[in-house]
Design a binder for this molecule. Sequence first.
Ligand code: FAD
Length: 278
Amino acid sequence: MNSTQTLSLEYFPPRDIAAQERLVRSAKRLAALNPAYVSVTFGAGGSTRAGTVDAVQMLQNLGSEVAPHLSCMGASLADLTAILDDYQARGIRRLVALRGDMPSGMGGDTGALHHASELVAFVREHYGDHFHIEVAAYPEMHPQAQSVEHDLQHFLAKVQAGANGAITQYFFNPDAYFHFVDRVRAAGVEIPITPGIMPVTNYAQLARFSEMCGAEIPRWMRLRLQAFGDDRASIRAFGIDVITTLVARLLEQGAPGVHFYTLNHADAVAQICANLDL
Ligand code: FAD
């Protein structure tokens, strides 16, 4: 990693005491990697708003710069203002601004804002440049987009509205990332687009996530992972090897850094970073 490339880590709010203890252990261990910031996810429909705030506070207490994720799905403007005022009062300077998703099976109010670009514009209008804003990017296209071209235009609208940087959905094919970055640069946009990296430690979980978010598991990886069956040690060793190679290639070929989806586990991320001397 060169002096301008950054490492960031993503956590999610724990749902019980055991999960909370695991988050604290993982965050303490991974703090040794000296991340530029750590981020905390936000549940759709505000379901884990309190959990996000508690996790943000805990990570701030550990001395990390924290970037809470904020989604506008299901939120009123008053809800968003209350959250943003609270973050501003807590000294938060960074946000990951998202639309979010409606929890499946729940109809109802989608909220005052309908796209992440509107949330970015709202934050800029009311909080000026107080927050550094990251937005989501989809090298393999967001699953609900009409087309890759529409999705690119919607991404560019978030930058136009004031995003400072982007974090991608995870992917395993680096060409998808570099191709996306080339298209963004061809549109004259220069913000850093940081690859989101998903460690591979559990095939069933990865297959489920990938189905939902539209990330492709390449055939060769899928077949190897399926062949390991319940052999978790082999899945883990294979996953660490594949992701180490992916991260090495991304950093060598000019990615501005990497953002790890830790899933609140330290082992795989620590091992990948150790392999690469990060
Ligand atoms: P948008 O950028 O608004 O795009 C969503 C879809 O709408 C796309 O298909 C886009 O092409 C389309 N679109 C955008 N603007 C328009 C327009 N004007 N007209 C028509 N179509 C439009 N989810 C959570 O619930 N909590 C989290 O903490 C969270 N963290 C995430 C972090 C990262 C780095 C990433 C990549 C995703 C995260 N997600 C999270 C998932 C995210 O909320 C979903 O992918 C969601 O479906 C889209 O959010 P978005 O911010 O990308 O939406």
